[in-house]
Design a protein around this ligand. Structure first.
Ligand code: ATP
Ligand code: MG
Ligand code: FE
Length: 346
């Protein structure tokens, strides 16, 4: 079976084609081709994503990317069996483009569609790696809009262990980076600046570290960074900026590592899966690997290029649902996007 997947929840247009053995005993789904267009440079001038611009650009990109994917896989569109798309959460207008294209294409081909939860896509993205995890595991989902720890029993069986009460980890990176004058999205820029910094030069808070629960709060950290930026004045030295970047990264990473260990201890599980854009952070990977290695815990990550939004993770989530007979296929040509949608809710 062939699944075509679309991602358009925010500022990346992603398309991917996956081959799915109908029976799990015949093997795991296989990525045949994928294509991605990031709108980051378009939104950079505004310091963040402009929803209307995002929707329009998804419209421009989605069909050329689809042609690219089908050509690379040498598969005619008519051979596609199921068309999957990100149904939510995300920007309503942006989601509507992917959903509209998927449903229209499926209607023309007489094939069903499958709406996918964007976070399920992130969560299952490590299954696209050669070293795929096994269920059950603890998932640390750290993206631009979410920071959650979950117990994942299998596809579709998610138990929330804890989440952020305010900003997401990616947001903490991005907002702090903005205060340091770095371009959007700031996470990777801040990580780069931090390389030449001394994290101990600033004493930043580790919010909720001692709450005893696997939940998070990052809004206070951003305020603390703002206070330091003001203190440094109009013309901080390059070293001061690097030091503050390093201290910010160290604070975020320490909280993420400690809370992940807490969730692993609570559940007694020996496997951790990290997903979402912040999962690309080198310091986070190094510290998780070190802390988990000592405790006999395996850590799985998506490939670096699949940490942020992409079509492959949406097609993969669809493929895994199809293999398990858990796909709620639609044939009626109707669709609704879900801009706000909690993973695990109906
Ligand atoms: P959501 O999935 O919650 O809807 P999103 O799709 O915008 O949000 P992702 O695409 O998963 O989020 O991740 C984007 C985030 O990852 C941004 O906040 C970005 O700064 C952050 N990020 C990406 N690379 C790094 C890195 N190397 N270090 C820290 N943060 C990073
Ligand atoms: Mg993005
Ligand atoms: Fe995302």
């Amino acid at each position: 079976m062939l699944v075509l997947g679309f991602e358009s929840s925010c500022d990346e247009t992603g398309v991917a084609l996956i081959e799915v053995p109908s029976d799990r005993s015949q093997g795991a789904p296989r990525l045949l081709a994928q294509a991605l267009f990031s709108q980051i440079s378009m939104h950079q001038a505004y310091g963040g994503v402009v929803p209307e611009l995002a929707s329009r650009d998804h419209i421009r990109r989605v069909l050329p990317l689809t042609r690219e994917v089908l050509a690379e896989a040498a598969v005619p569109l008519a051979q596609v069996d199921v068309i999957a798309y990100t149904q939510g959460p995300g920007l309503a207008g942006a989601l509507l483009v992917g959903a509209g294209v998927a449903v229209a294409m499926a209607a023309a081909l007489g094939k069903p569609t499958l709406g996918i939860h964007h976070l399920e896509g992130h969560l299952l993205s490590p299954f696209l790696s050669t070293d795929a995890p096994e269920f059950p595991f603890v998932a640390l989902l750290v993206s631009g809009g979410h920071t959650q720890l979950m117990r994942v029993n299998d596809v579709g069986s998610y138990e929330m262990l804890g989440e952020t009460i305010d900003d997401a980890a990616g947001e903490a990176f991005d907002k702090s980076a903005k205060l340091l004058g770095l371009p959007y999205p700031g996470g990777p820029h801040l990580a780069r600046l931090a390389l030449s910094g001394n994290a101990k030069a600033f004493d930043l808070p580790r919010p909720m570290l001692r709450s005893g629960k696997p939940d998070f709060s990052f809004a206070g950290l951003k305020t603390a960074v703002l206070t330091q930026v003001k203190r440094l004045g109009e013309t901080p030295t390059e070293q001061q900026r690097a030091d503050l970047a390093a201290a910010t990264q160290a604070a975020i990473v320490e909280v993420l590592v400690r809370k992940s260990l807490l969730a692993l201890k609570e559940t007694g599980l020996k496997r951790l899966v990290v997903a979402g854009g912040v999962g690309a952070n080198t310091m986070l990977r190094e510290q998780l690997n070190a802390a988990c290695g000592k405790r006999g815990i395996r850590v799985h990550y998506p490939e670096l290029s699949l940490c942020t939004d992409n079509g492959a993770m949406i097609a993969m989530a669809a493929a895994m649902r199809l293999q398990r007979g858990m796909a709620d296929l639609q044939n009626d040509g109707g669709f609704a996007v879900r801009p706000r949608w909690t993973l695990g809710s109906a």
